[in-house]
Ligand binder design. Structure first.
Ligand code: SF4
Length: 286
């Protein structure tokens, strides 16, 4: 499946000339508020079920970040190019909504014969990195399981918010940080894009929590593996979602986090409950 998005118009769609780029904190605050408001409306509008609204809520956040990616005055200074992957060895946190969006993208992108291999790689990488701190992950130098052999992201169009927001003006600084096993370069990057990506994630998380949907930040490989497993099991033989695309089953209304899974016992919340969170040694010792 690849559920078609049905998103409300962006509040600023009618005013593309709006320029928030000179005040990054204000731009971030407004981005968080817009994502929270629009994602909340999307999550409320479905009435029952949770999967399709969560996919659309994630897309609301992605749309906000894509807008900053295009409009940022520092766009031309970004050194990030397809095939440059020094940052794809770092820890990535994602919300359950992003994990579902990425699983949905993989289900549409990969063949039925390739999907088990993808899931195998995701699970194997999760086993290696999901319990590492940010610093330990950088030292381990394990590449993202969805990094292509050509060094390009194989899910670029539906990559996580964190990957969208992390940029650099200097690829050499990224290469040096990776080789020195540091958790990211400390050189300049696109400040607006970084701030908006973080704010969009915050707005999305707030909307998910308010809706009673699974929220929080989970390790990328573990969360996408959980989402893939849940969505694969939830899909019917025709590639569509069971129950007309709703997860409540039998047309019943269900609280988002308690959407019944295909086995009747596995809930969407339970699918993510065992996923580790990304932590930092710096925060732990601070
Ligand atoms: S999802 Fe894509 S951009 Fe993000 S770490 Fe993996 S390969 Fe890199």
């Amino acid at each position: 499946m690849n559920a078609a998005p049905r998103l409300p118009a962006h509040p600023d769609d009618s005013n593309p000339a709006i320029d928030e780029s000179r005040d990054v904190p204000r731009a971030a605050d407004r981005a968080a508020a817009r994502v929270r408001e629009t994602a909340s409306a999307v999550l409320r509008s479905e009435g029952g079920g949770v999967l399709l609204p969560m996919l659309d809520a994630a897309r609301v956040a992605v749309r906000e970040v894509a807008r900053a990616e295009t409009n940022s005055p520092q766009a031309a200074a970004r050194a990030c190019r397809a095939g440059c992957s020094w940052c794809c060895y770092l820890a990535v946190s994602i919300t359950p909504a992003e994990a579902l969006m990425i699983a949905d993208g993989l289900l549409a992108q990969r063949s039925a014969s390739d999907l088990p291999r993808v899931q195998e790689r995701m699970l194997a990488t999760a086993a290696r990195v999901a319990h590492l701190t940010i610093e330990q992950r950088a030292r381990a130098q394990v590449p993202c399981a969805l990094l292509g052999e050509d060094g390009a992201c194989t899910i670029h169009a539906f990559r996580p918010l964190g990957c969208r927001g992390w940029t650099s003006f200097d690829a050499i600084a990224c290469e040096t940080a990776q080789k020195e096993k540091k958790p990211g370069h400390d050189g300049p990057q696109d400040a607006l894009l970084y701030a908006v990506a973080g704010a969009a994630g915050d707005g999305l998380s707030a909307a998910l929590r308010e809706a009673g949907a699974p929220a929080g930040d989970y390790e990328f490989h573990a969360a996408v593996s959980a989402a893939l497993e849940f969505m694969t099991a939830e899909m019917g033989g025709d590639g569509g979602l069971r129950g007309g695309g709703r997860l409540g089953g039998g047309g019943e209304q269900s609280a988002p986090g308690r959407a019944a899974g295909p086995a009747g016992g596995c809930t969407l919340s339970a699918a993510f409950a065992a996923c580790p969170r990304v932590t930092s040694e710096r925060l732990r010792s601070g």
